[in-house]
Design a protein around this ligand. Structure first.
Ligand SMILES: Nc1ncnc2c1ncn2[C@@H]1O[C@H](COP(=O)(O)OP(=O)(O)OP(=O)(O)O)[C@@H](O)[C@H]1O
Ligand SMILES: [Mg+2]
Length: 246
């Protein structure tokens, strides 16, 4: 049984059909990279997966259970699905430690001492244990994104969603965040990531999903899709985004 199963989901904003018959299975431990042009529905897809948006048709099944429509059941489920966005992930008025312990102590009701131990553990996973008492403004953008990843990991999620988390970073900071993502992927974390980092997608993803006009236009092992796109849409996308050394 896949950890996550999307069956024929449709999502509309008014008359705009943003997700059009999207089906996708994600196995435990699988790394899925989602690519596609601006407006193709990538962010909407992630927001539907963790219940930030509701779908109009189709079903989303996580760990064998349909996504609850809302309320405490959905909040309970969200503990297992971490999400990191492109920007504005951290509370600026809290220390790194407090940013990380907030979820475990409130949502997961862990004692503070235990949450602090987790904070140190997850900061080690992103190589930032020395920033425990820093504030977000004292960190680089890359470090802030790594703390955001650590904060999501502190909830011990079973699925991680990443939405272009390196897109707002200066080029020289992208590498350190990609390194953390690669390590996480190798450790067996199940991940769905929207990314513009094609080299990273090719190296790390088990499955590449190319979204176009709200549809899964092409899907398969990244090397195959990059080497031999089946549709002109993917072909022109790949030509536009691939860098010579990717
Ligand atoms: N809250 C919203 N209300 C109305 N329309 C929306 C909303 N969010 C997204 N859309 C529309 O849905 C479509 C898909 O948007 P989405 O953000 O999912 O695209 P994307 O693939 O993530 O694009 P990008 O690469 O620019 O981030 C776009 O046409 C967008 O304008
Ligand atoms: Mg987006």
């Amino acid at each position: 049984m896949p950890l996550l199963a999307l069956s024929s989901i449709h999502k509309r904003y008014g008359s705009n059909l943003v997700l059009n018959d999207v089906s996708l299975d994600v196995e435990t431990g699988e790394v899925v990279a989602v690519i596609g042009r601006s407006g193709s529905g990538k962010t909407t897809l992630l927001r539907c997966i963790n219940g930030l948006e509701t779908v109009d048709e189709g079903s989303i099944v996580f760990d064998g259970k349909p996504l609850p429509p809302g309320g405490s059941e959905l909040r309970e489920l969200r503990r297992h699905i971490g999400i990191v966005f492109q920007s504005l992930n951290l509370f600026p008025h809290h220390s790194v430690e407090r940013n990380i312990t907030l979820g475990p102590t409130t949502t997961n009701k862990l004692p503070l001492l235990e949450a602090r131990k987790i904070a140190l553990d997850v900061l080690r996973e992103v190589d930032l244990e020395d920033k425990l008492h820093a504030y977000p403004s004292q960190l680089s953008g890359g470090q802030q994104q790594r703390v955001a990843i650590a904060r999501a990991l502190a909830m011990r999620p079973r699925l991680m969603l990443f939405d272009e988390i390196t897109s707002a970073l200066d080029p020289e900071l992208v590498g350190e965040v990609v390194k953390v993502l690669e390590r996480l992927a190798t450790s067996g974390m199940t991940m769905v990531l929207v990314t513009h980092e094609m080299g990273f997608a090719r190296r790390t993803a088990d499955t590449l999903v190319f979204m176009h006009h709200g549809r899964v236009w092409e899907k398969g092992p990244p090397r195959e899709l990059f080497a031999a796109p089946k549709t002109p849409e993917l072909e022109s996308f790949v030509r536009a985004v691939l860098e010579p050394n990717d």
